[in-house]
Structures are given as structure tokens and as C-alpha cells.
Design a protein around this ligand. Sequence first.
Ligand code: COA
Length: 439
Amino acid sequence: MNWLRRFKEKLTTPEKALELVRSGDRVYIHPGCATPQPLVEALVARASTLRNVEIAHMLTFGRADYVKPEYAGIFRHNSLFTGANVREAIAAGRADYTPIFLGEIEELFRSGALPLDVVLMQSSLPDEHGYLSFGVGVDCTLTAARHARNVIVEVNHQMPRTFGDCFLHVSKVSAIVETSRPLLELETEPPTEVQRRIGEYVASLITDGATLQMGIGGIPDAVLACLDDKRDLGVHSEMCSDGVIPLIENGILNGERKTIHRGKVVIGFVLGTRRLFEYMHENPVFELHPTRYTNDPFIIAQNPNMVAINSALQVDLTGQVCSDSIGTKTYSGFGGQVDFIRGAARSPGGKPIIALPATAKGGTISRIAPVLDPGAGVVTSRADVHYVITEYGIAYLHGKTLRQRAEALISIAAPQFRDELYEFAVRAHYLERQPALAS
Ligand code: COA
């Protein structure tokens, strides 16, 4: 039990552990439900002793006080996927956004393009061999920990122990802070009527034996609620949420027909509630892998009938998909959308799907737009796009002309916007004006 001695030697307080951060460092924070809140708070508490510390991470939950105006010159955030806690700071120019495929983030750490000095992470208790499990998310954090000068771990008694390529040995960490506190949760709202209708259209494309990827947002969970009549489904995804539990329990999601990791729910992280965290604890159905693996299109494509389900903020009449910004305002990030669109496109029988409500802001804005808003970021290009689904139906765009795309997309726009979209498409010469029908 040599590791136990090392574990005890490394045990310290958050305040003491965070002394490892120096001015000029780049600090990486474990994202999602694994956000190590006490370590983040202790970092912010050190503000008066630091200058020019970059804080890089994907979507985190909880407070992100380091983006407050008073920390200018001390902390600057670099967002690799933007969440609600840093959105306003990016919009105000106090923080930065790096557009990047989730599957390629770890290479930035490994190659030295984005070298890391300190990693703040959370883990389960060590097992009898001294291995800490990454629990609810291994995402990019295992690779980050392998390439950072110092790794500070919050070992939380309430973090589930999960399996896969998601362990770090006690000998590899610099400082340990022991806690027992509930993890941060992401509650999913029950699906709205619009989401349910979209879910049904998506479900109509999912055949028995398909392997699913679910992106972030309300729609993927709505899809899971529409799969009761399917058989032998699998999951290979960067993430999943509580919605998988009933499907696993009633035998619909059994991974029987997966060709790699048969029988396993393969993910990089979960965004969910305590119910899911408890369900995952020592549950061999779940296999967590770094997202450079889960999101590698060549790995994804090895599962036949791969269905990738992602959402968007706006789609133009040619099929360009904006998912990370509203105009020039950064909303989220690329995440795994393109990784999975491409992987599913290469999978035999695969179906890359973009599913979004036809409107936003109480029906006042059409999300099927003539052109993208100025400054909107294209996440999925119009050559990558295949299926676009709204509550009004399914448009298949791949290999189609601009004329065919405009027709298909207008047919799934909200009815009150179709004339306007049609007039634009005629002016843009995507469509020829149809002679008015004689009454
Ligand atoms: N114009 C103006 N506002 C718009 C808009 C538009 N075209 N489209 C959406 N909005 C607003 C909505 O009204 C909503 O505002 P509210 O919070 O004030 O109600 C907000 O933007 C979010 O839209 P919503 O449809 O509720 O988002 P969602 O939670 O379902 O998530 C994405 C959808 C696209 C933001 C989400 O899937 C995402 O971030 N994707 C990133 C890329 C990806 O899919 N990666 C793979 C998974 S990691």
C-alpha cells in the first residue's frame, strides 16, 4: 500500500494546493458535472497574488468568478466550449473563445500548441491499487493531466467510480484535497410539444440495432423518450444524460449490435443528475474514454447504422448550420457536432442529423433563415450536412443542389415564414418563381 502513503502525503487544503499556480500559468479546469468547485474558489481567492493566469476549459457549471471585470490582468478565460457562466464575459470582450472540434482539443495539450501548467480536476476515491477514477467525465481531462506540470485533484467521496480509460494513479498527482459534497447537476426539463414532435421525426429514422450519439440541448433527450418500440440500440457518444437509464433498464439500449465495444455505453462524459451518477457507480455498462477517442470520426464510423443527433441555432437555405453563436455573440461551441456528423456519414447505414425547433423567441424568429446572421459561425458546413429536422418534418440535403435544398428547407420552416423564405430564394436565384396557379 505504498500509494496510500503518497496519498496521505499529498493531502492538503484547497488554499495550500492552489499555491502551485504561478503568475503567467495556464490552468485547465475539469468541465461539466465534474467541475471542482472548491478548487476553483481557492484559485479565485488567490487573485491578489497572481498576474496573467489563463483559465482554459470547456462547459463548466457553478460559479466562474474569474471572469468578473475586477480580475482583469489577473485571470483571463479561454473558452473551448462556452457555458452560461462565461457567456456574458465573452460577449463583453473580457474572455476569449477558441472554436475547436472536441476530438482535437487534447492534441493542443499534447503537441504543446496550448501547453498546460496546472490542472484542477475531480475524482473518485482511489481503488485498492491507488487509481483515481474520473467518474462522471474523462473528456479531455486525462490527457490534460498527463501533459500538465501540476495536477491538483479534489477527491470527492460522492464521485462515482466509473470504468474505461478513465483512471489516474495517485503517484501522478501533485496535491489532493478530500471532500464529500454533491456534484453539480444538469436537470433536464420534460420535453416541450415541439421537442416531442422533433423527437418523433428523429426516431422515425432510427432503425433497430442503430448506435446513437446525442449532442447537447433539449432535443437529444426528447429523442430518447421516443424510442420505446426499438430494439438493440447502442450508444457511442461524447456525452449522455439521464435519458439513457430507462432505455438500459428495459433492455432497449443493450449495445448488442455494436461492432466495437459491444454491449457498452461508450461516452466521454455525462451531463445529468444524481440519479445518473449513482446509476453509473461501478456499473460496467458504462465505459468512459477520452473524447479524442470517442470523437475520432474513424472510430465512430466503425459502428454501422451510427445515428448522430445534434442541434443548431440557425440553418440557412443552403444548409449551412450555425450552432455556436447568435450572430457575433458566442453561445456555446463546436463540441462533437462535426466529429459525429462526419463519423456517422462514414458509418455503413449511418445518419447524421441536425434537429432544431423551426422558430425561436416565441415563434417570432425563423431558425431556418434566408442567410445566417452577420457573424454567425458555421459549425457544420453545407457539404457535411445530411438530415435537417424540425417539428414540421425532415429535409435531406446531402448531394442536393441549392435549389433542392431551398425547397426542402422551406417545407420544414414554420408556415408563417415560408412565403418570406420563398421570396428570398427566388431573389437569390436558388429557386425559379412558380407560375401562380389559376384559381
Ligand atoms: N436567433 C436568436 N435566438 C435564438 C436563435 C436564433 N436563431 N436560436 C435559438 N435562440 C435562443 C433561444 O431562444 C434560447 O434562448 P433562451 O435561453 O433565452 O430561451 C437560446 O438561444 C438557446 O436555444 P435552444 O434551442 O433552447 O438551445 P438548446 O439548449 O436546445 O441547445 C444548441 C441548442 C445548438 C445551442 C446546442 O445544441 C449547442 O450548443 N450545440 C453546440 C454544437 C453541438 O451540437 N455539439 C455537440 C454536443 S457537445
